[in-house]
Design a protein around this ligand. Sequence first.
Ligand code: FO1
Length: 314
Amino acid sequence: MIAVLCGGVGAAKFLDGALRAFDGEEVVGIANVADDEVMHGLHISPDIDTILYTLSGQVNGETGWGLAGESWRVMERLESLGGQTWFRLGDLDLATHLYRSARLGQGANLTAVTAELAAKYGLRIRLLPVTNGELRTIVTIRDDTGDTRDVSFQEYFVKMRHQPRVEAVSYRAGREAAPTPEVLEALHSARAIVIAPSNPVLSIAPILAIGEIAETVSKRRDDVVAVTPIVQGRAIKGPADRVLDSLGFESSALGVARFYADYAGTFILDDRDAELAGQITALGMKVRRTDTVMHDISTKTALADFVRATIEEA
Ligand code: FO1
């Protein structure tokens, strides 16, 4: 079994390839929930849903989130009522949030509800939220007036279109934000742990902000392989490059490698960044190089195959 620490779009693409590359071996996705948001009384888990929709072949290929062929009648009506519509929930997507919220309301935990949704969407991986408790990413931004202010991840990312300068990113873990027993068991028993090509600060760091997870992953450092989400200084998708930059990390694969140096013994670097290999090796990481950009199923599978071969070589 391999365990994969996951954010949204990059992780979902990697898992899609992993399903083929690790054929016959169990793949367990451990998903970030720090981007979750309650909207209109509904519990939205964007990273989990991006994985559900991608692996069931229903994701909107243009945005990387939400469903293909979605309609927006509910949002249109909500807009005409003067309701909040900056976070767009499609008509079909709403069914997932209604289902999740109703089950949580009945007392089921997020792990159980995610397993139910994964079964209903026909997933062939096991998908686990990192915690059943409250874990939230707080983004401290500097606004136009020069003042700093804390906003939720979705407010920063969607409402403000990730434009403001980020002063700090912190993670609020409620007292009950312990890793689930299922997650700890997966991290202990996995043959290898993969850090998916997700945003290190916004997707992976919240997972590692849970002390017991950070400890478990760093103890298994020799079995941990991190895949770069940054190629030639640019994020494949989203604001990872700017966020790394504004936090004083170099927005390059080297910056990502420094971020993961305590956790991952092996770093998968893109061929286009070959010149960084020496500096990453100097961090005490093994470096393996390949094409990490995933355009389609064959490039997703090729990357996951490369990760499998890297794990096997260790
Ligand atoms: N991203 C947007 O840029 N705009 C949206 O209106 C939006 C709505 C949305 C609804 C459900 C969902 O699961 C994801 C949604 N996302 C939206 C994506 C979301 O913000 C993700 O957290 C990011 O893509 C980062 O992974």
